[in-house]
Design a protein. Structure first.
Length: 187
């Protein structure tokens, strides 16, 4: 499992990159101690009867697939293959009762346990590349992006983006744009 990271460590020549890869390797080792398991019976959304598989990462229960709830009002776009893409305000109000958008720290745990394309697109988290929509611009199938609950500036929020480069990264995103949602159980 760690062979590709050791290879990357040898390839990168700069001190900063070596340090980053070493830190990632240490975090991967700590993820081995973090429990992750898929729960196939999942959760059924009472609003529309859809059932979602869930996965436990650490001490949190996540939806293991993109939210596909179609709200009566709000700014969202329905896709056939990737679930619904929501603006930030629609995302906040679309998680089912007892569920919410994950925080930045909770997404960081996902990045530790699923650090590359193979693991993120595996059966338990199944990071579908639902893309994003920005006005008339859109990208489907090459990028996956999901909202966090963290607003950082007026009208901007952190998202986590799985890009075709193979890594889960955090970036700022205008709240009027649309991306996918993974809800986390609110304890």
């Amino acid at each position: 499992m760690y062979g590709s990271y050791i290879t990357r460590l040898i390839i990168f020549k700069t001190r900063e990159m070596k340090l980053s890869i070493f830190i990632l390797f240490v975090l991967l080792v700590s993820c081995e101690e973090m429990e992750t398991s898929i729960i196939f019976e999942g959760f059924t959304d009472e609003r529309d009867g859809q059932t979602y598989a869930t996965v436990e990462i650490g001490e949190r229960t996540w939806m293991a697939e993109n939210l596909n709830y179609k709200p009566r009002t709000g700014d969202y776009l329905i896709t056939e293959s990737f679930g619904v893409l929501y603006s930030f305000n629609s995302a906040v109000s679309s998680c089912p009762y007892g569920w919410r958008l994950p925080t930045d720290e909770e997404w960081k745990e996902v990045g530790i346990c699923y650090p590359d394309e193979a693991s993120l697109r595996s059966g338990d988290f199944e990071a579908l590349l639902g893309g994003w929509v920005n006005g008339d611009n859109y990208e489907y199938g090459r990028t996956g992006a999901w909202w966090t609950s963290v607003e950082i500036w007026d009208d901007y929020t952190w998202i986590y983006c799985f890009h075709r480069n193979g890594y889960l990264i955090r970036m700022t995103f205008p709240q009027t744009n649309k991306v996918c949602v993974r809800c986390i159980k609110d304890y």
